[in-house]
Design a protein around this ligand. Sequence first.
Ligand code: FES
Ligand SMILES: [Fe+2]
Length: 423
Amino acid sequence: MLTQSQNELLTRVGPGTPMGDMLREYWVPACRSAKLEADGAPERVRLFGENFVAFRATDGRVGFMQEACPHRCASLALARNEGNGLRCIFHGWKFSVEGKCVDAPTEPIKTRAEFAARVPVRSHPTHEGGGMVWVYLGKQATPPRFPDYEFTQLPDDHVQPTRGIIRTNWLQGLEALLDSAHVGFLHSSNLTSAAGRALFKAESDYMLNDGAPQFEFVEQPYGFREGALRDEGGDLAYARIREVSLPFFSFIPAAPGGAGIVCCSIPIDDVTTAQWYIAYNPHGPMERDIMKAFGNTSGDPDFFNSDMGGPENMWHQDRAAMKAGHWTGITGRGNAYEDFVVQESMGPIVDRSQEYLGTCDRVIYRARHLLLDAVRRFQETGDISFAGPDVDYARIRAISFAYPKGTDWRTIDAFDPPAIAAE
Ligand code: FES
Ligand SMILES: [Fe+2]
């Protein structure tokens, strides 16, 4: 349970809010790289309650700037993209990838160059990795080190980034990603379905065998590792080790073929959130469309849950299917839909002063307090937590494995797992 003021502090992300200012100091995914074609349509991107456009210039570089034209605020999503810059269709002013006004053809020729050089343009540094364009929206003149997670270093065909959009605050999204305790309930029908079993193989049995895993944590400079430990009977135990790289990322283990999945919850504004599911295989190309494998059929990788419905139709929940044995009645779709539905059902910003937490919520409690400490530290000193030279982003990987009871799961190296590790 939090106080209302703690809840406000954690959830408000608009310009000038403490959390908004802190979160802007981290690199965040903005859009899929494949969305941007050289000299193609600019992409509207809304982040932290502000509107931007991303575009790929003639030479392939990515520009990222305010959506409103610095002249009289026409949308630069409408702009011509040509000659290494965006040219506003209203009066023809042109802006470069570097965020400079390089032409203002409505100005007298004599003073034009001088005038253009003085036009204030808000643009931001970008970086491409993991099939996504990332942006730094913070205030530092030199952006912080890019978080070179394993999936950001792989060739494009090894990674599948897919985005869902939910009508809730970012923290609701993050908390659902962190909450392991719901898996054996909310997703129980998916885990036992033919599709779910094909996806998770033995993992679903392990998870269903023990619905009350014991959680252990290891603090890390980037957040924490969480071991969900299950008793499988006899001498066998099962560990599901997740990595939480705050403030946005949760690495979850063991998708098919040795792939992993990274999820993150990126604020679009206070009440809308981009939830990215980034599937990747460090060893080779992704063999299948992971979102299809999860049962998501909208075909839109930028808004895969566009067919999810909402409170007005109870998210298409099928009561007859529930009577017939389906746990949620959210049928024919994957786990992410079930997550999104419960997140949206809490309302746009859940009032955390009204909760009553149990033992299973330790991870939620932990994450909230790490974030509260981080935002207070940022307010007092301007320093960023969960980052810095001692964070080895490339070595963050989730894993799950069965092991003999008595072994300490902390000693297992995710990059060199024991032979008994579950695939
Ligand atoms: S509004 Fe863009 S050039 Fe005038
Ligand atoms: Fe879930």
